[in-house]
Design a protein. Structure first.
Length: 148
């Protein structure tokens, strides 16, 4: 039952994201896609995933269980803390630390979750910063990562 509620929340949030992204426009058109393409793509993917959670067949005879809700709550708390510390810690460090509780919620050990988070944070930072030229905050690691 909690999966269906989460799916419904995702569909509603995706609709809100798509509605909010309609007004995104660059002052100077320097690229053909524009700034609204990414949030619209994310909202479509989020709506598809949410709809799947709502309509998919129940694998186990669905009773509302606290053990299913705890990992979802842990992930939600980790993401809120991630958002609050993102600027101060920087992308790489915040992502590495956020991956620990999220990875553990999905059954990983804290060591593997931390290792995966460090790899994810570094690889995605380098991809966005160096290859795509997207400015991400470096935070406390600015002296190592070449802070902007």
């Amino acid at each position: 039952m909690s999966d269906r509620i989460l799916g419904g929340v995702c569909v509603v949030a995706a609709a809100g994201m798509a509605w909010a992204a309609q007004d995104y426009a660059a002052a100077i058109s320097y690229e053909p896609v524009g700034p609204r393409a990414f949030p619209l793509l994310l909202s479509v993917l989020m709506a598809i995933g949410g709809a799947w959670l709502v309509i998919r067949p129940t694998i186990r005879g669905g009773v509302f269980a606290l053990d299913k809700l705890l990992p979802v709550g842990l992930c939600a708390v980790a993401i809120v803390i991630y958002a609050l510390l993102f600027q101060w810690l920087g992308y790489t460090l915040a992502t590495s630390l956020m991956a620990v509780p999220v990875g553990m919620a999905f059954g990983g050990s804290w060591k593997r979750s931390l290792a995966g988070g460090i790899g994810l944070g570094l690889v995605l930072f380098l991809l966005f910063d160096k290859l795509l030229d997207v400015v991400l905050p470096t935070g406390l690691l600015g002296f190592i990562l070449g802070g902007r």
